[in-house]
Structure formats: C-alpha cells, structure tokens
Design a protein around this ligand. Structure first.
Ligand code: BGC
Length: 395
C-alpha cells in the first residue's frame, strides 16, 4: 500500500464528494434577495434567471443515487434560509421536513452530509432590513442556525457557517455586482468585520450542541510571483496573500475546527511569462495549483477539507484531465504530510452560476432544463473510479 493510501486509511473515510448550493440547484427560491435581483437586473441584461434551476428540490433522490452509484461518499449542500424563514420570525415546517428527508436519504445511501448554512443568499425581508449590517437580521440568523443544529445535528458530519465571505463582500459591497449592489471600500471593510464576528458567533451557537466539525468555506487564491527575486513583488505577493487568504483566520484559530477551502484561481503578481489556458469563466487553469492552495491552508496546521474545486467547461475531456490532476495534488499533499480530509468537486450538477446565468458548466451531471432529465458526464465516472481506488472502499 502506498504511503498516502495508508494516510487515508488512518483517518477513514476520506471524503470524496461533490458540492452544490441551494439557490443554484433547487429552484424557485422566490423569497430571496437573489430572486429579486435576478428579476430586476439579470432579466434586463438578458441573462437567464434561476427559475427552477436544476429542480434538485424534487430530484434530490435521483441526484444522490447518481453520486452514490459512482463511488463518491459525500455531498456538500446548503440549507436555504430564505426557504426556511420566508417571512421574518416564521419558519416553514415543510421546508425543514424537506431537509430532514434529504439528510435521511443521504444517510440511507451512506453518503456523508456536509452542510453549509449560508451560501450567498438572504431572505428578501432580511435584505430589506439592511442585510448583515442589521443586528436584528444577524440575531434571526443565529436563531435559524440554532434551529438547524437542533434538528439536523445527528446526521451532519461537517458544518460550514459561511461560504466565501471574501467573495461575497467584494461582489456585494465593493464592486456592487451582486446584491445588495453596494460599491464602497468602507462598506466592504465593515462587512469583513461583520462576517468575521458572525462566524465566531455561529461557531459558538453550533458548539453549544457539541457538534464536531465547524468551519467556513474560504476562497483561496494562489498568488504567484514570476520574478521572485524582485523584493517589491515578493512583498506585494505576501500582502495580497495575507489580505485574501489569511486575514479571516487571524486571531480566530480557535473558531475553526478545520480549514475549509474553495479553490479556483491562481493570480500572477507582476508581469506574466506564460499564459495558461483558461476555462469558460476566464480563469487560468494551472497544473497543480491545488497543491499550492493546500500548502497555504496548511500554514494553519488544522485538518483541511477542499470544499469546492472545479472547472467551467463544455468539454468534458478537459474536466477529466482537471480532476485527475487535482486528485494527484491531493495525493502529493498527503505525501508531504498535509492533513487533507476531503475533496469536493464543484459541482455535482450543471447549475445557476449567479450573475452569469446558466452558460457556465461546472457539473459532473448535465441537466436538461426542460425535462429535468439528468445525464451523467464521463467525468462523473472517472471521478468516482478515482475515489473508489483511493478510498480503498466501495459502496
Ligand atoms: C461559489 C459557488 C460558485 C463557484 C463558481 C464559488 O465561488 O461558492 O457558488 O458557483 O465558486 O463560481
């Protein structure tokens, strides 16, 4: 047995999974701020709105079956606050029952559940009250997560309180490209502080219920210098790295049981020598970029879950090559002694890619949005085979 297989078996089971989020896949998130933004802004720009999305709400069993059959053993998905609490102060019990059913089905299929409590969307009423800037909204959010943890605790393996706070504050508060469409450096900075303190609060709420793994899904950008000898560029690289990758964790180590990373982007600081090929998002795909992201995450010396990593492409051969190279990165990281505990490909399904609509295809499974028929792509099988091989267990 190779060294890294032994490392995996030590901490069995290593999670090989796929990730999705509620708004992007379930459909009809009609009481959310995003739904309104889509009708007001995206429609005008001629971009398709989320609508029924992949109708994962009604097709979750089928989607979980496909994942389980392939050999993957985990699903990361989000619970939608805007559906749970469509009106301030009143929970929709049918929605909570629905998530109960999802979790029960996952457990029946022996699929580990990793839950995100907030993945970019707010209930429309919360955004009318000022979003995360409002203390009342934050309090309601803590009450909502308390409800979730009480109800779902026994079936959830890993909790992520917030998805990509840095991306959210840049898109929503610095560039104004996402709701609430604010463009202010100061508001963005304030949002950073708000989200960081919110995470700590959420951590405390969840920990009161003695759950084992609580963290966030943190976007990591790998900053590379082409001319490392240049001292100014090296300093710039360090600063960028600190601001984007480290600042959320600073003075907050004890509020993260694990380091959850979402990795897509490598950025060159200074002039570029080589132009790498890009995916359909315009993001450069660099070989073995995930390795550098894992080394960055390992500076915190905590177990790491790669909660998202994927490529937007219509060419599934490219996706297959991408997944192979990412699995190799994970293997090498384990060999280096980095404590990686899971890898989730983004995404299980082709889905709603926020302000880009449906044109970008990250999925392992294609969805016909008229019939809602699922068509697994060859990459799903490849990923499943790799997972099976490396997990040393089958399903
Ligand atoms: C987000 C996903 C998004 C993906 C691709 C991540 O930033 O968490 O919601 O679809 O990247 O853009």
């Amino acid at each position: 047995m190779t060294k890294w297989r032994a490392a995996l078996n030590d901490r069995s089971p290593f999670l090989w999974g796929a990730a999705i989020s509620a708004h992007q896949t379930e459909g009809r998130n009609v009481n959310s701020d995003w739904w309104r933004f889509e009708q007001d802004v995206l429609r005008e720009r001629g971009i398709e709105t989320s609508g029924d999305a992949a109708d994962h709400w009604h097709h979750f069993r089928e989607d979980i079956d496909l994942l389980a059959k392939t050999g993957l053993n985990a699903l990361r998905f989000s619970i939608e606050w805007a559906k749970v609490e469509p009106v301030m102060g009143s929970y929709d019990q049918r929605v909570l029952d629905h998530y109960d059913e999802v979790l029960a089905y996952l457990s029946k299929k022996r699929i580990t559940a990793c839950v995100t409590l907030w993945h970019f969307t707010l209930p429309a009423w919360a955004s009318e009250h000022g979003g995360w800037n409002s203390r009342i909204v934050r309090k309601r959010f803590y009450a909502y997560i308390e409800t979730c943890v009480r109800r779902f605790r026994s079936r959830v393996h890993t909790w992520s309180t917030l998805n990509e706070p840095m991306v959210y504050l840049m898109e929503g508060y610095r560039w104004g490209t996402w709701p609430p469409r604010t463009r202010s450096r100061w508001q963005a900075l304030r949002m950073f502080l708000v989200l960081r303190s919110m995470h700590r609060h959420c951590y405390a709420v969840l920990k009161r219920h003695e759950v084992a793994r609580v963290g966030i899904a943190k976007s990591i950008i790998v900053f590379e210098c082409t001319h490392a000898a240049n001292v100014f560029r090296s300093i710039k690289r360090m600063l960028k790295n600190w601001v984007w990758n480290k600042s959320f964790f600073t003075f907050a180590k004890r509020f993260h049981d694990y380091i959850g990373i979402n990795f897509y982007i490598t950025e060159t600081v200074g002039p570029k020598r080589i132009t790498h090929e890009k995916d359909d998002m315009g993001w450069e795909v660099r070989p073995h970029g995930l390795g550098a992201a894992l080394r960055e995450a390992w500076t915190h010396r905590k177990p790491i879950y790669v909660l998202e990593n994927g490529i937007a492409t219509q060419n599934d051969e490219r996706r297959i090559a991408y997944i192979r190279s990412r699995v190799t990165d994970v293997r090498r990281a384990l060999e280096e002694g980095i404590d990686v505990r899971g890898y989730f490909y983004w995404s299980l399904l082709d889905n709603f890619e926020w302000d880009k609509g449906y044109a970008k295809r990250f999925g392992l499974i294609a969805v016909n949005r008229t019939s809602m028929e699922r068509e697994p792509k060859p990459s799903l099988r490849t990923f499943g085979d790799l997972a099976r091989k490396h997990a040393g267990r089958s399903h």
